[in-house]
Write a protein that binds this ligand. Structure first.
Ligand SMILES: NC(=O)c1ccc[n+]([C@@H]2O[C@H](COP(=O)([O-])OP(=O)(O)OC[C@H]3O[C@@H](n4cnc5c(N)ncnc54)[C@H](O)[C@@H]3O)[C@@H](O)[C@H]2O)c1
Length: 423
């Protein structure tokens, strides 16, 4: 381990490997590259202290270098104990001079110690993926609050937690819901989680998906992406939901929709993506087929009731990295991937860089927005300004060399009027 009060990482000698992978990802992140070039001249974040609690991946490294180029004084910690790429952490510390507090596989105690090390930086802006920094500041580090310009939040679960805080009047600085930008969740949650979740399941198990019953629990942005990609692999996809509209959408998208209890009896794979707790519970496990593979792509490791599974098991084996086989009293086995943590990050590398390009462009521009607003925003959860969303979409299209039509003046007038009807 390489630790001092300025960083805590696994092994600084991994930096070369990390740097190579960071540069590889950067090639797929043209929007961040262009923002980096623009902001290097303007330096809108000059001297602004940012603490970021994000998955320590190659894409996050490229976000961090962009923020630094824009002038930010930045430290990073992990937003999940199993998602840290130790070579990336090493490169960030030794090649980019950005302090990191994150070690893959860290215990829950070390996870929170690292969060507090990041907060020792006295941030005026926080960047969260799951709201742990904001939550910790409000619970134990309230002396930081007066100086806070605000925070940004990357994921659905974090936004839900923050809205709950705001609704109870507990949130004491503004937060921008980056997750809710169109250029974030339409692409990152759907195509990013879709591809990388399948990648994680395949890397962990190498089991053929074609012809298998593959259940997706939750048909939100992530669930839609996972279902779409599983179907592409030839799996027979089942969707379970609690929301009537989303259930209907899943049915019309061509999936079988049924209660999880019914799905559990026939599924070869069950993947959760709900942001909810214990959606796969003891009674479902009691009904599962022998060999059923369970995985989670939702933010926290509470979607599958793992304590119940532990209590039901008479034996537990680890036949492959990222696979735990729980043997039940009747001889059936249930296979849990990545200890129920985000399977796409714990068993694969997380989202492809090309989608994180847009998510993290929103992060950079939202941080600049918070800096410009200088304490003027209300202490609630704010949308990413529509101009930022439009800007990110336009930059991405330009980078993809895709050109689109423009409204004519007459069309603009027509769309803004009510007098004209059937001709
Ligand atoms: N793995 C990743 O890299 C990644 C990326 C983005 C988001 N996330 C996380 O994934 C989760 C889902 O995000 P999203 O953007 O799809 O959210 P969403 O709100 O769009 O969708 C969640 C869906 O789950 C459904 N649901 C809730 N409880 C359920 C239950 N008991 N049974 C069945 N369905 C249930 C809801 O009705 C909703 O349709 C969140 O925790 C989010 O933070 C993970």
């Amino acid at each position: 381990m390489t630790a001092d009060n300025k960083h805590d990482i696994r092994d600084a000698s991994l930096a070369d490997a990390g740097l190579g992978r960071i540069e590889w990802a950067y090639r797929e992140m043209p929007v961040l590259r262009e923002l980096g070039q623009r902001l290097a001249k303007q330096r809108p974040l000059d001297g602004i202290r940012i603490s970021a609690c994000l998955h320590i991946t190659t894409e996050t490294a490229n976000l961090a270098r962009t923020l630094k180029t824009a002038g930010a004084d930045l430290v990073l910690c992990a937003s999940n104990p199993l998602s840290t790429q130790d070579d990336v952490a090493a490169a960030l510390v030794t090649r980019f001079g950005i302090p990191v507090f994150a070690i893959r596989g860290e215990s829950t105690d070390v996870y929170y110690r690292h969060i507090n090390s990041a907060l020792d930086h006295q941030p005026v802006i926080t960047m969260d993926d799951g709201a742990d920094l904001v939550s910790e500041i409000h619970k134990t580090r309230s002396t930081l609050i007066d100086n806070m310009l605000g925070g940004t939040e990357e994921t659905t679960t974090g936004v839900i937690r923050l809205r709950a805080m705001a609704n109870q009047g507990a949130l004491r600085f503004p937060v921008i819901a980056v997750n809710d930008a169109m250029t974030k969740h339409l692409f990152d949650n759907r195509y990013g989680t879709g591809q990388s979740t399948l990648d994680g399941i395949i890397r962990a198990t190498n089991i053929l998906l074609a012809g298998k019953n593959f259940t997706v629990v939750g048909y939100g942005w992530c669930g839609r992406g996972i279902a779409m990609r599983a179907k592409g692999h030839g799996a027979k996809v089942i969707v379970t939901e609690v929301d009537p509209l989303r259930s209907l959408e899943a049915a019309m998208d061509g999936y079988r929709v049924m209660p999880l209890m019914e799905a559990a009896r026939q599924s070869d794979f069950i993947i959760t993506a709900t942001g909810d707790k214990h959606v796969v519970d003891k009674e479902h496990m009691e009904a599962m087929k022998d060999g059923c593979v369970l995985a989670n792509s939702g933010h926290f490791n509470v979607e599958i009731n793992i304590p119940a599974l532990e209590a039901m098991a008479v034996d537990k084996q680890r036949p492959r990295a990222s696979v735990d086989e729980y043997i039940l009293e009747d001889g059936r086995c249930i296979r849990l991937l990545a200890e129920g943590r985000l399977v796409n990050l714990a068993a694969a590398e997380g989202h492809p860089s090309a989608v994180m390009d847009m998510s993290f462009a929103n992060q950079v521009l939202s941080a600049v927005y918070l800096a410009e607003q200088q304490h003027r925003l209300d202490h609630t959860v704010h949308k990413v300004p529509a101009e930022i969303d439009q800007q990110v979409a336009s930059m991405k299209l330009a980078a993809m060399n895709i050109h689109i039509d423009r409204l004519t003046d007459a069309q603009q007038r027509y769309l803004g009027s009510w007098q004209e009807g059937t001709e």
